[in-house]
Design a protein around this ligand. Structure first.
Ligand code: ADP
Length: 515
């Protein structure tokens, strides 16, 4: 049986004392990330009125391995949800919908009867299946797998992680064949627990990251299941991203709340940026960068090594996106701070970079772990080049920030080359998007406006939109598009010739970092 985590006495008190704020329907968003589980509460105008975060641990038992405790994630998520309701003074019965968004690809396999995971959760970053994926990449099945899933074969996706658990946990494969074990990404795991084990579901955005789903049809693919040796019986049903899948057991939060929205974190951010139509793009500037462009109802095929993925659909099925990621973005700023000691806070980088008019020809290519899209070169290594006696701290700090923008420009170029359509503007969010120097340079180097919204917690917001629309709190995407407000718009100011020469310099630096 799933865990019985009944409500705290405090929570019951909150319910009784808070009737005054219960007038309008609220939407709860559960945002389960890689380092913390967060909960956010929105009113019926799409405004966030409370947010609470509960951290949990990550374990590194061997080099390259990354694990988490799925039960700890569940407890952290429940605590975040209870606390946010308490903080806001909103009783659970005033919450009309709950949306779920989650770190993608992270894999949990648990016992259907006891609810106990059979192993630690294998986190998306974990490389333990890299060797198997390498073999798969060299096999005659590689082209078929990549064509069918839209993905590039890599340990990142869930399929090889599930296979690893079935191979390495004694008895797991037999139990899985008998239907005694269940698989889920974190969305599925949380929903199964929230509904007391009655809903074993996922949505197309999460399923498209398993390497087991046919991207076009949105169904589990029997041939892929054979290749990864995964029994169909353990997989969740794929349900729409916006639509009711079950209710949160009243014992958990104090009332039954419909669970009506599901999306993986990057696709939720795309929705939270109100990018519901083909050609609309967002870029999230965190540790790495994740750029997604909505591709509408047509399945994208990338000639530039971007990933094809599902976007969260509202009302109509089969919405797609192209995705590109940069491994090291904000992490380059962390490196300046923690390894070089050039800055004491990430925020300081803005004023230091702006204290000079350019880098004086210095480029920093932060290929610490290779280069992601569109290069996919795992052998590339970081370099700083173009140094002269005039180069110092400001030039290097500025070059690090500029590298984030150059790498993002390469993603946007690849997206435009794939679709043949120009991207008009870039919507931005994530921790490093607060850096005004970086955003202006991004606009300059793209030659396109960069737009930062009022609410940069776009992941939680996107899941709330999906759930609120499903429950009729909002009439559809047009209404939530009207909630999206610009905080600041950065217009490109650089001349075309300067932009071209800066890009030439960047490309030459990237070439030096490779091979
Ligand atoms: P993640 O979700 O990947 O953990 P966040 O969205 O919280 O990341 O962003 C944190 C990253 O942003 C860190 O790598 C940090 O170095 C960078 N960062 C934070 N503030 C700034 C800033 N003002 N300028 C540049 N980078 C920043």
């Amino acid at each position: 049986m799933p865990y019985d985590l009944s409500p705290s006495p405090d929570l019951r008190r909150t319910r009784v004392s808070s009737v005054a704020v219960a007038e309008t329907p609220y939407v709860l968003s559960l945002d389960e990330g890689t380092t913390s589980a967060r909960a956010a509460l929105y009113n019926d105008r799409g405004e966030r009125i409370a947010m609470h975060s509960v951290p949990f641990d990550c374990f590194y038992p061997h080099p390259g391995w990354v694990e988490q405790d799925a039960l700890a994630i569940w407890r952290a998520q429940l605590e975040a949800a209870r606390t946010v309701l308490e903080q806001a003074g909103v009783p659970a019965d005033a919450v009309a919908a709950c949306g779920i968004t989650n770190q993608r690809e992270t894999t949990v396999v648990w016992d259907r009867a006891t609810g106990i995971p059979v192993s630690p959760a294998i986190v998306w970053q974990c490389r333990r299946t890299a060797e198997f994926c390498g073999e798969l990449k060299r096999s005659d099945k590689a082209a078929m797998i990549e064509e069918r899933t839209g993905l590039i074969i890599d340990a990142y996706f869930s399929g090889s992680k599930i296979r690893w658990i079935l191979e390495n946990v004694p008895g797991a494969r037999d139990k899985a064949r008998n239907g005694d074990l269940l698989f889920g990404n974190i969305d599925t795991w949380l929903i199964w627990n929230l509904t007391g084990g009655s809903a074993h579901v996922t949505d197309p955005t999460n399923a498209s990251r398993t390497m087991l789903m046919d991207l076009e049809s949105g169904t589990w693919d029997p041939e892929l299941l054979r290749i990864f040796d995964i029994p169909r019986a353990m997989l969740p049903a794929i349900v729409p991203s916006s639509g009711q899948v079950g209710v949160i057991r009243p014992a958990l939060l104090g009332a039954e709340i419909p669970i009506s929205g599901i999306a993986g974190d990057q696709q939720a951010a795309l929705a939270g940026q109100a990018c519901f139509r083909a050609g609309l793009s967002k870029n999230t500037y965190g540790t790495g960068c994740f750029a997604l462009t909505h591709a509408g109802g047509r399945r994208p095929r990338s000639a530039n090594r971007l990933l094809g993925t599902r976007a969260a659909a509202v009302g109509r099925e089969g919405q797609f996106a192209v995705e590109g990621s940069v491994f090291i973005a904000g992490a380059a700023i962390q490196w300046l701070r923690d390894s070089l000691g050039l800055i004491s806070t990430a925020a300081e980088s803005e004023a230091i970079a702006a204290s000079v008019t350019d880098t004086g020809g210095v480029y920093l290519v932060p290929a610490f772990v290779g280069l992601g899209a569109p290069h996919w070169d795992m052998e590339a290594r970081a370099i700083i080049c173009g140094l002269t006696r005039a180069s110092g701290k400001p030039q290097i700090v500025r070059a690090a920030l500029e590298s984030i923008a150059f790498q993002s420009r390469e993603l946007i170029d690849a997206m435009e080359a794939d679709s043949g359509e120009p991207i008009r503007e870039l919507r931005v969010d994530g921790g490093a998007a607060v850096n005004n120097f970086l955003m202006q340079f991004q606009a300059d180097i793209l030659g396109k406006p960069v737009v930062r919204p009022m609410d940069v917690e776009t992941t939680a917001l996107g899941a709330a939109y999906l759930a609120g629309i499903a429950e009729g709190i909002w009439s559809g995407v047009e209404e939530v598009e009207s909630f999206w407000r610009v905080e600041r718009r950065f217009e490109p100011k650089m001349s075309d010739s300067e932009r071209a020469s800066r890009m030439d310099g960047w490309r030459a630096a990237v070439a030096r970092s490779r091979g």
